[in-house]
Design a protein around this ligand. Structure first.
Ligand code: UD1
Length: 342
């Protein structure tokens, strides 16, 4: 395979590490850039233990232009880039907006600049269903309007997509696909890599598994009087390995010149909405553990219900999520237990 060396930024993070494995399984050579701001170096050994191949790691911050330039100069013949590296905590972004704008936007702009300078044509960008806000109709298609972001984090995803589109208009040699993730959860089937949030988790699944293992005393279910079948919020949870495989397919689409426009975007979800209580029930079923949880007040800023229309990803991208909610909770629990040595 020609030009099969792929740069994965944030490759030691949650989705990046799983995508690295999916790329390796598809025969690509992966080079990771990661500054370890929300990841751990031993993820490299964990990846190597699963795939038998240790990816190269360049440890630096993408906002350091000199380091980035040197990286591109040293890695000729990159076939493409999958860009994950970014800050992603909604609440933190409200408290530290400039950190979010600077980190998430500057890194992308510098990356796009180096893609031009070093003639690396293909980019797969990590976006989010947060761009749809509280959607007017469900399931959400890609034609749904992008709504004003409710957090600086969400705004960085919207602005990033706009920056990429504007750059591509001016630079037709560059091609990109943005993937709008719904709620990624679960872990690699080996149980050797998974989500590793620093500190107290904000997201539901790591909070569930950390509660079950005894690190947290109870899960608070945020809101139980919403207009949903059981009163709790609805999300489209998607297995991280399904997501990882979608990135490989998107990259191949670009490399094989199958894309219909130089900028495309796809929803990545299962198309199936689940309430918080349904996720808890699935966890209890697959783990055999009773979860200590309490119904509490709503979390400010939460969207009530959102799930994806996956027709475009299914028909045009040629990808479909294969793993169900039970596989998500089972693998997340297996990872938590392995990681804590239980
Ligand atoms: C949020 C962001 C999303 C971001 C993602 C990753 C919004 C609208 N969405 O997704 O853009 O990409 O985080 O960081 O800001 N829940 C509980 N108890 C908890 C934790 C969560 O009940 O302790 C509930 C929430 O109310 C929600 C569901 O679980 O209904 C999922 O929450 P979470 O995992 O935080 O993801 P989102 O808020 O959907």
């Amino acid at each position: 395979m020609e030009k099969n060396k792929i740069l994965v930024t944030g490759g030691l993070g949650y989705i990046g590490s799983h995508t690295t494995l999916a790329l390796q399984a598809a025969g690509y050579e992966v080079v990771i850039v990661d500054n370890l701001s929300n990841s751990q170096a031993d993820m490299l050994d964990r990846i190597a233990a699963i795939s038998g191949i240790k990816p190269a790691l360049a440890q630096f911050d993408l906002c350091e232009e000199a380091a980035l330039d040197q990286f591109f100069a040293e890695h000729a013949n990159l076939g493409g880039i999958i860009h994950f590296a970014a800050f992603k905590a909604v609440g933190e972004s409200v408290a530290q907006p400039l950190n979010y704008y600077k980190n998430n936007l500057l890194s992308l702009m510098l990356l796009l600049e180096k893609m031009q300078k070093y003639a690396v044509p293909y980019l797969v960008f990590s976006s989010s269903c947060t761009v749809y806000g509280e959607p007017e109709s469900l399931p959400v298609t890609e034609a749904a309007p992008v709504q004003k972001a409710t957090s600086p984090y969400g705004n960085t995803k919207q602005i990033s997509e706009e920056i990429i589109q504007d750059v591509l208009k001016a630079q037709p040699a560059l091609q990109a696909i943005a993937l709008r993730y719904f709620n990624p959860v679960g872990a690699h089937e080996s149980g050797q890599i998974g989500e590793l949030p620093l500190g107290v988790p904000n997201n539901l699944m790591p909070f569930i598994t950390q509660t079950a293992i005894g690190l947290r005393s109870e899960l608070k279910v945020f809101g139980h009087d919403y207009d949903t079948p059981d009163g709790t919020c609805i999300r489209d949870y998607i297995h991280v390995m399904d997501l990882a495989e979608a990135h490989v397919i998107a990259l191949q689409r670009l490399m094989e010149k199958k894309n219909r426009a130089n900028y495309e975007f796809f929803n990545l979800g299962t198309g199936q909405g689940s309430t918080v209580l349904e996720v808890i029930a699935s966890f209890e079923r697959t783990s055999g553990q009773k979860l200590n949880y309490q119904l509490t007040e709503r979390r400010p800023g939460d969207v009530v219900k959102i799930y994806a229309d996956t027709a475009l990803a299914n028909e045009v991208l040629g990808w479909k999520a294969r793993r169900n909610l039970d596989e998500m909770t089972r693998s997340a629990w297996q990872w938590e237990q392995n990681y804590r040595g239980q």
